[in-house]
Design a protein around this ligand. Structure first.
Ligand code: DOR
Ligand code: ZN
Ligand code: ZN
Length: 423
């Protein structure tokens, strides 16, 4: 089966391409990329006026299966990914049961067999994410886990965490760190600051994140483990990642679209749709994160797609669970807020969403070089529209971005050369 996509504008930083190219897919891989390809393909797609990019790789997604299928299933989450142009997702292990053993990894991959996008599981650091006993890290790696994380919380016992980092390093797996000092949260539900005071809500200070980010960087240094800091939300997290890079450590930082676009001042009412962990921070933090994305300190954009039921989120900040969805809006928000606003080139955005996540995982994706898997998106970046959560295919409609006007429509998504989504 051959597919020729012609007339489009290809953006592939790994090949240094940002220009008009035709691309030929055959048997699931990219066969040829050239100015003009003449080929008798079964499928021919006119991409004139459209952008072609390597499919996005989202290192931070919550799929909720097994255990919380009313929030999301592997199928609904994977379809949301395909619609968002995300061709590979890494689901976090905080399901019920927790993905904390080789058997659970195998079972998850079994359930994911029919998925339209690639699913690369993240295993828990400790059994049941209880922070006490290490999970069988080597076994999970053999079963197909690509990284480790206690996401939803930090491994608070530093000695247990050190052992986890040593095991991760020994098995050549990156550690994805959710940085949150448990005791310091002290019941907080939103960013500590003037807005929290106005709303009469308990605050989460920046230090809740920063002290663990610093701890994890120094422990990664001591153990030689590859460290990836999840959902960085503070100005000082960028300072810390910059410091780690200057020391030559293998440390990367991820930022989620909500953290580089919204501030706590955008919280117009005490409602659960504004509640996520880490929380929406101050204007100063948001500006620092955009600068860090722009100058390369922050490497990756991921969503922390965290679907919840409507009843759960339609409550006050104190009662609602933490988390918002993101798979179906990440490209449009990032394109609008970073590329159109001048912080990144489109090629720079593709680095953050495709090439760099592939590097963190050490997988040969995130590029459309000949021989690569034909995971790609065709997008329209010229049409403005309003985000409408009622159109989401994810079960989760919980987003603070409803009604936001953006550019960036994913028109087609291919995984291994197969069309898995079409607008
Ligand atoms: O907002 C969040 N939601 N942050 C997390 O760390 C966990 C996630 C979830 O699982 O809902
Ligand atoms: Zn987290
Ligand atoms: Zn998460």
């Amino acid at each position: 089966m051959k597919t020729l996509i012609y007339g489009g504008h290809l953006v592939d930083p790994a090949q240094g391409i940002d220009g008009k190219r035709d691309i030929l897919l055959e048997d699931g891989v990219v066969k040829n990329v050239a100015d003009h390809i003449v080929e008798d393909a079964e499928q021919k797609i006119d991409a004139t006026g459209k952008i072609i990019m390597p499919g996005f790789i989202d290192l931070h997604v919550h799929l909720r299966e097994p255990g919380y299928e009313y929030k999301e299933t592997i199928a609904t989450g994977a379809n949301a990914a395909a619609k968002g142009g995300v061709t590979t997702i890494c689901p976090m292990p905080n399901t019920n049961p927790v993905i904390d053993s080789p058997e659970r990894v195998t079972e998850l991959l079994e359930r994911a067999k029919q998925s339209p996008v690639h699913i690369l599981p993240v295993g828990a650091v400790t059994l049941g994410q209880e922070g006490k006993e290490l999970a069988d890290i080597a076994g999970m790696k053999r079963a197909g886990a690509v990284a480790l994380s206690e996401d939803g919380k930090s491994v608070m016992d530093s000695l247990v965490f050190r052992k986890g980092l040593q095991e991760a390093a020994g098995n050549d797996m990156p550690m994805f760190s959710h940085c949150e000092d448990k005791a310091l949260v002290d019941g907080g539900v939103m960013n500590a600051g003037a807005r929290a005071e106005e709303l009469g809500l308990p605050g989460i200070t920046n230090a809740v994140e920063d002290v663990i980010a610093a701890r994890d960087i120094f422990m990664a240094k001591e153990t030689g483990c590859q460290l990836h800091l999840c959902h960085c939300s503070t100005a000082d997290s960028a300072v810390l990642v910059e410091m780690a890079k200057k020391q030559g450590l293998n440390v990367t930082g991820e930022v989620c679209p909500h953290h580089f676009t919204m501030t706590d001042e955008d919280i117009t009412e005490d409602h659960g749709r504004f509640k996520m962990n880490p929380p929406l921070r101050s204007r100063k933090d948001v500006e620092a994160l955009k600068k860090a994305l722009s100058d390369g300190t922050m490497d990756i954009i991921s969503t922390d797609h965290a679907p919840h039921g409507a009843e759960e989120k339609n409550q006050t900040m104190k009662k609602a669970p933490f988390g918002i969805v993101g798979l179906e809006t990440s490209f449009a928000i990032s394109y609008t807020e970073l590329v159109k606003a001048g912080y990144l080139s489109l090629s720079g955005l593709v680095e953050k969403m495709s090439a760099n996540p592939a590097k963190v995982l050490g997988i040969p994706k995130g590029t459309l070089a000949p021989g690569s898997a034909a995971d790609l998106v065709v997008a329209d970046i010229d049409t403005e529209y309003a985000i409408d959560s009622s159109s989401f295919v994810s079960k989760g409609k919980n987003t603070p971005f409803d009604g936001k006007r953006v550019y960036g429509v994913i028109e087609k998504t291919f995984v291994d050369g197969k069309l898995v989504y079409e607008k």
